[in-house]
Design a protein around this ligand. Sequence first.
Ligand SMILES: [Ca+2]
Length: 195
Amino acid sequence: MRRISGALLLALAALGLAAPASAERLQTDVDGDGAVDTVTARAVGDYGVGVSAELSGSGGARSEQRFENAFVYEPWLWRVRDVDGRAGAELFVHTGHITTYETVTVMSVVGRRLVRSGRLIMNGGLADYYAMGFRCRAVRGRPGIVAYDFARQSPGHWKRRARSYSWNDGRLVRVGPARHSMIRYPPARERKLGC
Ligand SMILES: [Ca+2]
């Protein structure tokens, strides 16, 4: 009986591998020229994701970024929103998973190419005494992102760290030193994808 179960599992695994790879596709302006472009996220290998942008308009262009062995599954496109102050949407893509946090790569189009603007991490749960998240907000009066992480020291005592980034031509650039403080409880708005 045990042997049959094993064979069944193997057959199911084979079926899973044979299944067509899924893809997410959406239409939005990513290069800021006012015309709609096509963004596609798809499986790369067994655990990776590839994100591509097909730009409409003069001449067209296609560029792709691949994240192999990211251990992520669909949905990959977690948020698509214009957040950097330049026309055209930024992409927030799930590009990594470990038990402690999820990795979100922010992507933007620079010079008709899809680039990795920055990498952020998030984990909203508090059960393991660590949490992370980030918010899109003004940093020194310019569009930016503040990333937060929390570590519990004892009941009612959490160490909070805030790191600021501002947008510079499609890239996230660190601004100033990290700010550390002690708080009673990590606020929900600082441990999610707040963009
Ligand atoms: Ca933009």
